[in-house]
Design a protein around this ligand. Sequence first.
Ligand code: NI
Length: 398
Amino acid sequence: MPKAPSSPKPKILMKKNGPVSRSELVSIRRDIHQHPELGFEENRTSELVKLHLKEFGLKPKSVAGTGVSSVFGKNNGPTLMLRCDLDALPIHEENTFGHKSKHDGVMHACGHDLHTAILLGTAKSLSQDMPSKGRVKLNFQPAEEGLNGADAMIKGGIMDAPKVDAVLGYHIWQQLPVGKIGVVTGPAMAAVDRFEVKISGKGGHAAMPNRSVDPVVVAAQIVTALQTIVSRNLNPLDTGVVTVGAIHGGSAFNIIPPFVTMEGTVRTFSKEAGKTIPKRFKEIVNGVCKAMNAKAEINYIREHSAVVNDAKMASFMRDVARDLFGARNVLECEPSMGGEDHSAYQELVPGCYVFVGAGPTKGEVFPHHHPRFNPDEGVLEVGAELMSEAARRWLAQN
Ligand code: NI
């Protein structure tokens, strides 16, 4: 990974007073977009967040290195946590607009730059009109992209002192046009498992396979056999994904290599599928290897569980969104097979994770994690309005 060039120190781009304006939200978002940072390296982003929270008269605190939290309100009611993520991805940006990434090979291609701007806008709005009951806890989480920053924030005490009673999170969503809000009751984003397998055979001359154990052939059988887990072992009414995303082996056309490695991911929603797939995965890999005289080393890791929205919190968010944006803009959307470590918070307290439409209404829509990812910045105002109103109303009602 090329080293990021030094970035200018962050400065105030959103003032304490006045309404939360589109231009302020856009300037913060574009500033973060130009200076993306990978998980647990979000030093500048973290500084920018703290600088603004102080500007709004709030007290920021560092958690888990580059994470930031801030609590405000009154201790006469429950505590609601609002959470966003700060990190970018190891992708080289192919957009050509003026605010494209200045860091080679690093890009905000998932929208966490917009998430951060939205939560800062929410903080500004709430700081101008403090809830009269209960507390808001802001959680600017580092390292969502595969590094489990949520666990680090929890270990750092984000759920305690004051104890968090409920949580709200959001993801800007390209599949929904800007202006629409998607709320799912129950499982909203999938549980994510990751696997690495090394299949060892016996290397040798490609012309004398009888003297070798060919791990390429073993790997091919395994990839095919793994496809039967979802189709033959899972309840047909349940769902799951088994994807071998990478496979490596061999060095030349006339050599049987000594080993092949493969890695991939498993996605599930139900607890049952979350148990069935890893069990069958190991049985198939070990069984095929045994039958073909090869050996397998398996590293199977549960990255995080499914994001499950609490029914009451989901219906609360639907009501808030309908009142703000009209019923026709609030959709029951499909759960996503994508994963999100926000699940860790919702395993501890009731919560709702909503999808805020960011799909451009004109031109081609590039998906999340694409080098030309192009969310519509109109989502910034929608997101900030939704989260501030949700916080105010939840605290007033609970
Ligand atoms: Ni994301």
